[in-house]
Design a protein around this ligand. Sequence first.
Ligand code: ZN
Length: 349
Amino acid sequence: MTRPVTTMRCVVVREHGGFDKLLLTERPIPTPGPGQVRVRVRAIGLNHLDTWVRRGVPGHAFPLPLIPSSDAAGVIDALGSDVHGHKEGDAVVVLPGVSCGACEACHSGIDQLCRSYHILGESCDGTAAEYVCVPAANVAPLPAGLSFEQGASICLVFQTAWNMLVRRAELRAGETALVHAGLSGVGSAAVQIANVLGAQVIATAGGPAKCERVRALGAHHVIDHTQQDVAAAVRALTGKAGVHVVFEHTGAATFDASLKCLARGGRLVTCGATTGGDVRLSLHAVFFKNLSILGSTMGSNGDLRGVLRLFEQGRLRPVLDRALPLAQVAEAHRLLEARQALGKLVLTP
Ligand code: ZN
């Protein structure tokens, strides 16, 4: 039986809950509006954000029903009116952050602080579909040499990690950074970016297989947090001095150790809080040690375009665990939540 060509397959979350809330369904293929391009999606990248959209977040209302997912790569197959600089057939990656483009924040290159900033798959329909329409400003050429699967695994995590290390923590060459969960999506981005910046990288990972992979990404030291006390290991590695920057994205499970690992004058930069967001913080430690605690969400699309150039140059590389068919979206969520993936998970429609 052939499917009518006016509909597309997609994932929809109608209500929050378990893996069974990821509904595979059909919807009309969207038509690009003015200033938009339509992308025929070839690969969809999964992030922890996808699992929050599925499960729900206390105190936050997602606009359900919603097509989840923020990352994608594919081919432009239709243009709305007033689109310049793109053509049908262009291979692109989708930039997940959408902003107004006209306000003070947007004009200052910090579009993630725009009052109307939103993330695809979080506050509007996302990329877990055969087609997605996005503003023309939200696509960039797929870096040469990368597959669609690899391209779909880059944007959200590298944009996030770049903003954290470069813009917020201002990590410099010769400094030492501690990166938690160095094989997670954002962790594997941070290990590579810190390395490109010329920093010494200490990363953590759970188990020998993950540790080996993190070392291959460019970490100078890898601590197996299932075997070693992270704070003690960092003290030993730094001659008791501590690190200049802690890249914190796991939250409650690691925050205490993160504070202990900071050198005097150290900066802790945090996003995600994937193990919980409520932590204890001694203000005495903050002021006696001259610490900075920095929050960060997403990053600018200008920075992301620069990051994509580093992929083009082969100085950063995607960390892909596996690609699964779109129909196995629930299995992909399970792998992500069980932390069983050795890198990013991608779905192919
Ligand atoms: Zn704006």
